[in-house]
Write a protein that binds this ligand. Sequence first.
Ligand code: SF4
Ligand code: SF4
Length: 386
Amino acid sequence: MRQGGPPSPSITSREVFASWGKILTGKLPMLSIEITRECPLTCPGCYAFGESHLGGGLTLRDLSDSRGDALVEGVLRLVRKHEPMHVSLVGGEPLMRHRELSKILPSLSARGIFTLVVTSGVIPVPMEWMKLPRVRVALSVDGLPEHHNPRRKPATYERILKNVQGCEFNVHWVITRPMTERQGYLEEYVAFWSARPETNRVWVSFYSPQIGEKSPEMLTREQRAKTVRELVALAKRYPKLAFTKGLGKAFLRPPRNPEGCTFAKVSTNYSADLNTRVEPCVLGGSPDCSQCGCAASTGLHWIAGLKLAGPLKVKHVMHASINARMWANRLRGKSPSDQPARWQSDGTTRAVTNADQTPQALQSDERLVQIAATNSPNEDGRVEAD
Ligand code: SF4
Ligand code: SF4
């Protein structure tokens, strides 16, 4: 299980644009599934097994989960229902179900869906997955061995390097406060993983606390700013590090709440019984958005802030699509409770009112979509100089 949540294999602004159509037909383009409640690790502070992850009451360990054909069919049923563009398969430890994954992944790949499997590397990654188009493995590595090994044993450096030998993967790194306090730590980590031939990219998240949390892993504002500066500089020397100035800015200005989070608005998340939802985002519980360091959320937050034309930004189009969908639902007699609560506001705590739902408002939303459609982003995700 990831702290912070790695991005999907190919979140680009081109795909965000392609997701309009999904939203307009009532689909959320990103799907995340905790495919098992089992994990051989006992990482301190693991929020997946935390009391509040599923909103209180039930915890991940209390849920029933499936195996074998029941799991394969259950996952494919959710995929048929939501028709996502991206699927993240997490846990627990998803490789506990590697046999089932070896059936699920080819099926998703054949449907043209991008899939990300997030693993601790404690179980060998099947080599045949490497040949599947649109499938990517993300390896969670929480710092250099001095931090990672005690936290993640038995998934120590020695073991994970053996288990992923010959594979291509993205490293997902959650930066915690102690890592920012030793001079040269960040570069040592980036240099190590950049030098590995198996590493495709290094993705970064910052530790993302729950509301009211006070833990030694949380970064202060100053530490976030210093870390962003350092990562921007490192990315120039280590091209595998996926970090840009624009992304850094997004890390320093996270959404204020789930309603303002593009990632939360375009994703839906299921836990291990394939029925219970994880809300408001993959982190579950009551995440402190103002200190969010989730790579997926931040990546989309950055893309959402890119300019299209004049003052028009990608987020205006995304929110316009959602408003258009809400209006369409109303016309079809669906109640607002049929759609996610986070669709009800634009993140500035302004609730979407009846006035927003008028045909005139819808027309202006459609106009935004049209303008944006004629300003498609470049292949590298740039829309207009930020
Ligand atoms: S590897 Fe297992 S124990 Fe560790 S954070 Fe992920 S789900 Fe939790
Ligand atoms: S809802 Fe909040 S905590 Fe969750 S990804 Fe979005 S900004 Fe981060």
